[in-house]
Design a protein around this ligand. Structure first.
Ligand SMILES: C[C@](O)(CO)[C@H](O)COP(=O)(O)OP(=O)(O)OC[C@H]1O[C@@H](n2ccc(N)nc2=O)[C@H](O)[C@@H]1O
Ligand SMILES: Nc1ncnc2c1ncn2[C@@H]1O[C@H](COP(=O)(O)OP(=O)(O)OP(=O)(O)O)[C@@H](O)[C@H]1O
Length: 285
């Protein structure tokens, strides 16, 4: 039996933009938590150096898939052991559950799980800091998935402090639009002047996402989903969208609201967790 490696979703429980760098990247303050829901991957090492994704992703060229990019990046590391002078290779299967371009970090999580799993299966011996440094070159969200602890992120998202927000239940809904992260960050209307605050200060305020008003204005479906959910519970956008989430103290309350969603709304219920399901698996929990 080939092992299934989880690639969980993340939520940005809050997200503030505190400035813009000269290269266009933004300074953020955001709180990441994982969901016990996501994609899963399987890996079968091969010894001919080939990286083969056996489950292609519609609309994403294999060479552009972050899973393949992550495997190739690790394969090029000097610590990687050769077998009869050939680099290690791998067959990869992806069971995709997370919507793409949804703000749930699916692509980043798939890539992080690939780095963590292949580091183990190929016995590369990279430590967590080395994997996180490698990962950030593929996307700002990879380090948090590699480290696997809920975290307060600052800088452009790479400076992480472990955090323990309450582990609520969430109803996540998926507007059927794909939101481009660069388009939201490039918008002249984006609020970029939130004050820099401490985690304690931010935890004491109602949570908020500075990207939300732009996503609501630009995408009618995001507006519709949020207006509907807000009648039932505190609800927000995750990342730059398109997905939104409503928070509840119990699974039963979240499922009760899911049952009442109109036909045009699709979503799922998941538990917010401060230790990533990937890391729970690795520690044998
Ligand atoms: C906003 C978040 O979703 C919060 O979780 C992420 O930081 C975005 O992470 P991501 O999708 O992995 O983003 P990346 O692939 O690193 O960057 C995509 C694009 O978003 C913009 N971007 C991203 C992160 C950041 N701190 N400032 C930015 O302006 C840049 O235009 C960049 O070209
Ligand atoms: N394995 C992958 N899974 C999903 N998307 C991928 C993958 N590899 C490459 N991509 C590309 O990355 C884009 C963003 O995908 P992703 O699902 O990570 O977005 P997201 O959830 O909005 O991420 P974030 O919250 O980090 O902005 C997709 O539109 C797709 O073109």
């Amino acid at each position: 039996m080939i092992r299934q490696w989880p690639a969980p979703a993340k939520l940005n429980l809050f997200l503030y933009i505190t400035g813009r760098r000269d290269d266009g990247y933004h300074h953020l303050q955001t709180l990441f938590q994982f969901l016990d829901y996501g994609d899963s991957l399987s890996f079968a090492p091969r010894n001919d150096g080939k990286i083969c994704l056996l489950t292609a992703l519609a609309g994403v060229d294999d060479e552009e898939n972050l899973i393949v990019k992550a495997a190739r990046l690790l394969q090029r590391q000097p610590k990687v052991k050769r077998n009869n002078r050939s680099l290690p290779g791998v067959d990869i299967w992806l069971d995709k559950k997370l919507p793409m371009g949804g703000g749930l970090g699916g692509g980043s999580s798939d890539a992080a799980t690939t780095l963590v799993a292949l580091n183990h299966l190929w016995q590369c011996g990279l430590d967590e800091d080395q994997l996180a440094d490698l990962g950030v070159s593929l996307g700002a969200d990879l380090p948090v998935f590699i480290r696997g602890r809920a975290a307060f992120a600052e800088g452009i998202g790479e400076r992480l402090t472990p955090a323990s927000p309450p582990e609520k239940w969430y109803l996540v809904t998926v507007p059927s639009v794909s939101v481009s992260t660069p388009a939201i960050f490039g918008s002249p209307a984006l609020k970029r002047d939130s004050p820099v605050r401490t985690l304690d200060q931010l935890m004491a305020l109602p949570f908020h996402n500075d990207c939300e008003s732009i996503a609501r204005n630009r995408f009618y479906e995001v507006e519709q989903h949020l207006s509907w959910l807000l009648e039932y519970a505190p609800s927000r956008l995750t990342g730059t969208g398109a997905c939104v989430f409503a928070e509840f103290d119990t699974e039963a309350e979240a499922r009760h609201v899911l049952e009442q969603t109109p036909a045009w709304m699709h979503g799922f219920v998941a538990h917010g967790v401060n230790v990533s399901p990937l890391h729970r698996m690795l520690s044998g929990v």
